[in-house]
Design a protein around this ligand. Structure first.
Ligand SMILES: Cc1cc2nc3c(=O)[nH]c(=O)nc-3n(C[C@H](O)[C@H](O)[C@H](O)COP(=O)(O)O)c2cc1C
Length: 216
């Protein structure tokens, strides 16, 4: 290692986040920050990449990177294999947390809440706009299962290609979308000397959002 981990640090001075800039609900600010990320983060960073954390039946956490594929007034949508490890975890414990990190902007957003499957029509609509290779892959790959080697995966793909020679692949029953219905959304803006800005939105029983500042 050329640099010791203990010596790696960066001071954040790019921006701030004040209550005056923050709307009364979090969706507008998320869209604004996402738009900033789209225009600021350099390729190959994918601004819609986030870390999704789930817990299994024993309460052990698991996290992995996924792509956000939709945002509406209900919540944040992503797509995956329903039979995958995360799919099983979401059956056992239908709650998740997602974290976006946009380093060029020195920003982090944390979103937590209950997760539901989207409707079959919504999954199908998104499945149909995916490239053919991804659609075939969704049929071919038993996501999160142990496979012998790469050859087994390639054989599964060849089998799938044969099956769909004369017909376009439709959305598999084991594949589709999830929507995280947020109960908490926190916006973190890095500031100098680790005195960062953290504005946290909490959904209340009356459906309104409570905004509060958290200590960094
Ligand atoms: C940049 C990036 C984007 C990814 N996007 C997705 C995605 O949208 N859906 C998905 O199922 N897996 C995606 N993956 C793969 C997941 O990280 C993970 O390997 C897979 O979903 C299996 O996770 P699980 O075994 O915990 O269920 C992505 C990985 C990376 C690095």
């Amino acid at each position: 290692m050329t640099q010791s981990l203990a010596d790696m640090r960066r001071d954040y001075t790019r921006d701030g986040l004040s209550e005056a800039q923050a709307p009364t609900e979090p969706f507008t600010l998320f869209r604004q920050w996402f738009d900033d990320a789209l225009h600021t983060e350099q390729l190959p960073v994918e601004p819609n990449a986030m870390t999704l954390a789930t817990v299994d039946a024993e309460g052990r956490p698991h996290c992995r990177v996924l792509l956000l594929k939709g945002l509406d007034q209900l919540g944040f949508t992503f797509f995956s294999n329903y039979d995958s490890a995360k799919g099983e975890q979401l059956v056992a414990r239908p709650y998740a947390a997602m974290t976006f990190f946009w380093p060029a902007l020195e920003r982090q957003v944390r979103i937590e809440g209950r997760v539901e499957r989207v409707t079959a029509d919504e999954s199908d609509a998104y499945f149909q706009v995916r490239p053919l290779g991804s659609r075939l892959g969704a049929w071919a790959s038993p996501q999160s299962r142990v496979i012998r080697d790469r050859t087994e995966l390639e054989a599964l793909l060849t089998e799938t290609e044969q099956r769909f020679l004369d017909q376009a692949p439709h959305c598999p029953p084991h594949w589709g979308g999830y929507r995280l219905l947020p109960e908490r959304i926190e916006f973190w803006q890095g500031r100098a000397s680790r005195l960062h800005d953290r504005l946290n939105y909490r959904l209340q029983a009356d459906g309104l959002w409570q905004r509060e500042r958290l200590a960094p």
